[in-house]
Ligand binder design. Structure first.
Ligand code: PMV
Length: 311
């Protein structure tokens, strides 16, 4: 019998990746076409807590899971937060349609769904800030010291203006806009890109600080444009942010190819999104140009293309 259920969307970074690690703001939005869910069922007495994730072929008993197991860590942190001592006899099934290792926050979405499912099973509803805090602890396993933008946007389920160490500012976009998200298919661990940027910043601090400041000005402009409902003006800002990300050193030939293809097919702007060196790019389109841009991206080698509306 199901006793609780939780869900969380995927996410995309719109502006400000990398600079956000250095205290500058970022804008991120949920991607609701993809999602993670966790359903909790009561298990037989003394069966303990079992977690299964059939999409990734995982099946773990909480009692036997090592401390650094991400699903087990999310469960342990949540049980502690809920003051549940011992191990309830629950069976949790985690499912996700968020593409893995692609900058869409699959790990954070799964963690957030788990946290919410467990809370629901315990008869509680947690605030987005609480969910975000627990998910951040799990994210640290993969990324070392993530800025916190992923867990925040996924837990709030709303576009957010995010500055590390400050309360996030969820905001409403005055007019919805359409993005095409395309995956280069090039696997690129965020941790490596972030580490390389750090080494470059240490070698040339003044140059990198100036690049991050320039990104911060674009993020501020983008926020104003979104609040005013002038989504069209986002395109040039995306192009400018991408130019800075190139200088920061996190683009790659596959990203450049997709970005050029999107612009040639009529996108109003395009940039890499997330850690870079591979992973995803995003393109701003009109609903009527979305299909043509998506087709051009597929023809240019994208391994997955998704059209989403940010509302
Ligand atoms: O690769 P993603 O989508 O998880 O994004 C990483 C974003 C960075 O700014 C590069 C790192 C961070 O911790 O914010």
């Amino acid at each position: 019998m199901e006793i609780g259920r939780g869900a969380a969307p995927g996410k995309i970074i719109l502006f400000g990746e990398h600079a956000v690690v250095y205290g500058r703001p970022a804008l991120a939005a949920p991607v609701t076409q993809v999602a993670a869910t966790a359903t909790v069922e009561a298990g037989p007495p003394r069966s303990g807590l079992q977690i299964s994730a059939p999409d990734v072929g995982e099946q773990v008993a909480l009692a036997a899971a090592p401390p650094e197991h991400p699903l087990a860590l999310a469960v342990r942190l949540t049980l502690a937060h809920l003051h549940i001592a011992g191990e309830p006899d629950w069976r949790i099934v985690v499912r996700s349609t968020v593409p893995v290792a692609s900058g869409m926050g699959s790990g954070a979405a799964v963690s957030a769904a788990l946290v919410r499912g467990l809370a629901a099973a315990a008869g509680e509803t947690l605030t987005p800030a609480t969910v975000s805090g627990i998910v951040y602890e799990v994210e640290r396993l993969h990324h070392g010291t993530p800025s916190g933008v992923d867990n925040t946007v996924i837990a709030y389920g709303q576009p957010v203006f995010f500055v590390r160490g400050q309360p996030p500012e969820p905001f409403a976009v005055a007019r919805p806009f359409t993005l095409v998200i395309a995956d280069t298919g090039v696997a690129s661990p965020t941790k490596v890109a972030v580490g390389d940027v750090r080494a470059a910043w240490q070698r040339e601090p003044a140059r990198y600080e100036a690049l991050f400041d320039a990104v911060a000005r674009i993020v501020a402009a983008a926020r104003a444009v979104l609040a005013a409902g002038q989504a069209d003006a986002l395109g040039p800002l995306m192009n400018d942010n991408h130019a800075l990300l190139r200088q920061i050193g996190v683009s790659c030939p596959a990203l450049e190819r997709l970005i050029a293809a999107a612009r040639d097919a009529g996108a109003a702007g395009a940039k890499l999104s997330g850690g870079g060196r591979g992973g995803n790019m995003i393109a701003l389109v009109q609903p009527r140009t979305a299909a043509a841009v998506a087709a051009a991206l597929a023809a240019a080698g994208a391994t997955r293309v998704l059209i989403t509306e940010v509302a």
